[in-house]
Design a protein around this ligand. Structure first.
Ligand SMILES: [Zn+2]
Length: 130
């Protein structure tokens, strides 16, 4: 019985930690860490990474492999930020949004379609917050 109570408390603590994590806004350093983690997973290396405010885009990746990340992404939930960054880094492997691109997205983030629509709905905010 004691063990069970211990377990329950453990779970409650974990839930609280999760809530805390969600409530914590991201910062630029978090963005860099997310980029680094995906770079490692995808085995890609952008030519240059820049984090700055942009008016119209959350992220972009040029044909030269220069990645620009909108610093305003820190205002969005982490899971959406993960998707946005994965999306751009994948363009270093597949430049278009064709079948291969979607297969790779599904392999790395199975719920990417949901995250994509969430990001798209957040884009409405983009022009208003900057
Ligand atoms: Zn794209």
């Amino acid at each position: 019985m004691e063990v069970k109570i211990e377990k329950q408390r453990g779970l409650a603590e974990i839930e609280n930690e999760k809530r805390f994590a969600i409530a914590q806004p991201l910062n630029k350093r978090d963005l860099v860490e997310i980029v680094d983690a995906w770079q490692e997973k995808l085995k890609v290396k952008p030519n240059r990474i820049q984090i700055r405010k942009m008016r119209n885009k959350w992220c972009s990746c040029s044909s030269k492999g220069n990645l620009t990340i909108n610093s305003e992404l820190t205002r969005l939930p982490r899971e959406i930020v993960e998707y946005a960054i994965l999306h751009e880094l994948l363009h270093l492997i597949v430049p278009n949004h064709g079948k291969t691109f979607k297969v790779l997205l599904s392999a790395y983030l199975p719920d990417w379609e949901e995250l994509h629509s969430k990001l798209a709905s957040c884009s409405v905010l983009l022009s208003k917050i900057i």
